[in-house]
Design a protein around this ligand. Structure first.
Ligand code: 26W
Length: 800
């Protein structure tokens, strides 16, 4: 598609799809017009993919996730269709600022963090690999809250991505299902019939997911809740307006907002309603599609593989058993066998507070038939495994991890270390009963969004050096390795990073009024705020460095810009205190004349996918400093390595595999291992001992306690200091000295520009394995037993 064709299409949509006169069009109008013109190019490969799947009777993958952290879609579609140049030129020809058009699109923030973003990367790879697949989730009216800071404190506001036309979805009124709740179960001639007390309508909204080079497109189907009963006109006529609108309100509540917790099981009824609403609608839709093609329900596992993205969709298991047994009349055990040959479950965390447990009372009240079936499934498992000691029902609650495990064909962790720990801890008994069920699938990220789109400078250098083809075969980056010893290549690599840093410095200056030196080291920690991710240890390092700089101003310090980004779950007080501390430290350090440009702290509010795309290409150092054994994998760590930012990190999650692949010499390792951490926690007063052994740490904590960063309220951080001294479950004190010393080692390498650039370039060259294409190929082979559909050259303009 040429520039002129695209320009003409934009003008046509602007005028005829949006009825806007070009003379009066706003950026938003042009963005929508461009989106429509690009979307038109997706429809054909989308239809072709669906037809090919039906005609080839191919097995389908269904990825059920309560979260899809998609971000923006326009640039992603342009890149996947190879329309980058045409789009830039068409916008230029229409005198539009391309960056402004791209950034006008709101993020689809339908997720909290790692789990949701992984789901989005997986959809991109499933389409790129032309594997027939559907993503199923909820169309929240309000995604993850907007974060702003008021006097350093996090303030949450409702996110409102749908308060404007959404370019990428197609409403499917014809695909709606009634989803029941409550009610009772009638036992009639040996059969159970559930009579729900009330119901809502699940309506489908489809978003096409185009793959690399437009060869294939799958569907992301998100469910919106609608009332089964229309507006109650009778009530309205009696003047009882609220009652008249009540059914609508009650229904919409289910898909109104994303739960902002990413590690604590809220255990609220609405959350379980959300989980059942989308799981039941998805199972209905899957079986409707299957029975439209095949008439033997017993062969379901041959044509359908379902992946449960953590336990949030786990109720889909009992729902599938219910329909196979209660509606299709299969014997119970056969229904369970077919279900467990179809279902697979991914665990994303070992944190006890994040493992979902639903009270039996709530489950029985909301889903009476399912609670009965869960008891039967638990019994079936005990019967078939002689594992009487183990139950999914414990002390009045249903453990969704155990239930998902029992009903799964395969269970996987998301990094080698995490999968190993799953076998040794939370699922040790089940692993003993089912030794071949747990497999590892180390996470990955899509190189289209996380390298090609967000870092055109580096992508250009890569293509110049090794040609194209790496975009969907990322381990080709390994061909860069020999070039690292070439000074010219290193110079161009450094120039790309420098340009990205200058671009970010301008943005930080513009958006935050903070001037940062683009030659300083950009040291970045961006992720959800959580004690196990140890943003607190990072800010203690800032305090210790600041104190040392003031103490020895004459030393030749390596200038640093500490960049933080991340939201705290609204109910997580300690995380909110950490946010406030980072902002308070920034206020003091950034205005300290004794420090000047040698140390700056920058914490842009409202970290999201689009901000990650802006920060990661400009990063020098990637902070992956979680307490070993706590971060299941991490995926930000992979994005930084790909974009030429070496890691300072612990042997936790996928850091272990990143270090193995980039080489120990290209990774700044520190800290206790997972085993050592478990042992250290048993040492009496382990924090006190560490503080006594590290004057820098003692000093930093003293600053907290004397209110150095909260002059008006000296006690403001007494609680945080108290946690550090007397609890420190996440071993911040025990790992601090090693961390602080390792940061000095980082300084030493950074001083040697050539050594640093070589290290950075080797991280890029050796991170190809962390492509989500590799991960999906592995799921396809080891879990889903599906193979990519052979497709001819797609609708990709590159081909023409
Ligand atoms: C019930 C509340 C709740 C909500 C979300 C509990 C737990 C979650 C997610 C599982 C948390 C999450 O996002 N986990 C992250 O998943 C990533 C993708 O696998 C991993 O890379 C991260 O290490 C893990 O923390």
């Amino acid at each position: 598609m040429t520039r002129d064709e695209l320009k003409a299409e934009m003008l046509r949509h602007l005028q005829y799809s949006f009825g806007k006169d070009p003379a009066h069009a706003q950026v938003r109008d042009w963005r929508m017009a461009l989106s429509m013109a690009v979307r038109d190019r997706i429809v054909e490969p989308w239809f072709a993919a669906t037809r090919a799947t039906y005609s080839g009777q191919h097995k389908r993958v269904y990825y059920l996730s309560l979260e899809f952290l998609i971000g923006r879609l326009l640039e992603d579609a342009i890149v996947n269709l190879g329309l980058g140049q045409a789009a830039r030129e068409a916008c230029a020809a229409l005198d539009l600022d391309f960056e402004a058009v791209m950034t006008d699109e709101p993020d689809a923030a339908l997720g909290n963090g790692g789990l949701g973003r992984l789901a989005a990367c997986f959809l991109d790879s499933l389409s790129t690999l032309s594997i027939p697949a559907h993503g199923y989730g909820i169309r929240y009216e309000h995604g993850l809250f907007k974060q702003s800071f008021h006097e350093g404190r996090q303030v949450e506001q409702a996110e409102d991505w749908l308060n404007q036309p959404h370019a990428w979805e197609f409403e499917r009124a014809e695909s709606s299902y009634e989803i029941g709740f409550w009610g009772e179960v009638e036992e009639k001639d040996g059969r159970a019939i559930w009579h729900p007390g009330d119901a809502v309508l699940a309506r489908a909204y489809d978003t096409p997911v185009i793959g690399w080079q437009g060869r294939w497109a799958n569907t992301l189907r998100l469910w919106g809740a609608k009332p089964t009963k229309l507006f109650d006109l009778a009530r309205f006529n009696t003047g009882d307006f609220t009652a008249a609108a009540q059914p609508e309100e009650a229904a919409r509540t289910i898909s109104r907002v994303l739960y902002p917790d990413d590690t604590t099981d809220a255990g609220r009824e609405l959350r379980l309603k959300q989980e059942y609403f989308f799981a039941a609608a998805s199972i209905r839709d899957i079986l409707r599609r299957y029975t439209s093609e095949y008439d033997d329900i017993r062969r379901l596992p041959h044509k359908v593989a379902i992946q449960l993205n953590d336990t949030h969709p786990a109720i889909a298991g009992p729902e599938l058993v219910r329909i196979l047994h209660d509606e299709h009349g299969l014997a119970f055990d056969e229904a369970v066998q077919i279900a467990s040959a179809t279902l697979n479950y991914t665990n994303h965390t070992l944190l006890p507070e994040a493992l979902e447990r639903w009270s039996e009372g709530l489950m029985r009240h909301l889903l009476p038939r399912h609670m009965r079936l869960i008891e039967q499934i638990d019994d079936w498992h005990a019967r078939t495994t002689k594992g009487r000691t183990l139950s999914a029902i414990d002390q009045g609650s249903v453990k969704m991890g155990e239930l998902s495990f029992m009903l799964a064909n395969r269970v996987n962790g998301v990094s080698a270390l995490h999968t190993g720990l799953m076998k040794k801890t939370v699922f040790a008994e089940l692993d003993r009963l089912h030794p071949d069920r747990i497999v590892n699938q180390t996470n990955g990220v899509t190189p289209r969004r996380w390298l090609l789109a967000c870092n055109p400078g580096l992508s250009g250098l890569v293509t110049e050096t090794i040609g194209t083809g790496w975009e969907d075969d990322l381990e080709r980056l390994g061909q860069l390795d020999p070039h690292v010893s070439d000074a010219g290549f290193r110079a161009r690599f450094a120039a790309v990073k420098r340009a990205n840093k200058a671009h970010l410095s301008d943005w930080i200056g513009r958006e935050m009024g903070i001037s940062v030196d683009p030659d300083a080291m950009f040291d970045v920690q961006i992720k959800r705020i959580h004690e196990y991710k140890r943003q607190l240890m990072n800010v203690l390092d800032v305090i210790a460095t600041w104190h040392a700089m003031r103490g020895e101003p004459g030393l030749d310090w390596v200038p640093r810009v500490k960049i933080f980004g991340g939201k705290a779950a609204p109910g997580y007080q300690t995380a909110k205190e950490i946010i406030r501390l980072i902002n308070d430290v920034a206020t003091v350090v950034n205005s300290d004349p004794a420090i000047g440009d040698r140390l700056k702290v920058v914490y842009p509010p409202n970290y999201n996918v689009s901000m990650a795309e802006r920060l990661i290409p400009a990063a020098d150092l990637s902070e992956q400093i979680s307490t070993a054994g706590k971060e299941a994998s991490g995926t930000g760590n992979m994005k930084f390595a790909l974009n030429g930012a070496p890691t300072i990190g612990t042997l936790d999650g996928a850091n272990v595999e990143i270090r193995e692949r980039v080489g120990a010499g290209n990774f700044f390792l520190f800290g206790l291992t997972a085993e050592e951490a478990m042992a250290r926690r048993e040492v009496p007063d382990h924090a006190g001992r560490a503080i006594a052994a590290s004057p820098e740490l003692a000093q930093a904590i003293a600053h907290l306690e004397r209110g150095t960063f909260s002059p008006g309220e000296p006690d403001r951080y007494r609680h945080l200091a108290q946690i550090l001294r007397h609890h420190d479950y996440f071993l911040v004190c025990s790992d601090f000295a090693a961390y602080h010393a390792k940061q000095r080692a980082v300084d030493a390498v950074f001083r040697d520009r050539d050594a640093w650039v070589a290290m950075a370039a080797r991280n890029t060259a050796r991170s190809g394995w962390f492509s989500s294409d590799r991960t999906i190929r592995s799921y396809a082979a080891e879990i889903w037993d599906v193979t990519p559909v052979e497709v001819g050259p797609g609708a990709c303009v590159l081909a023409s």
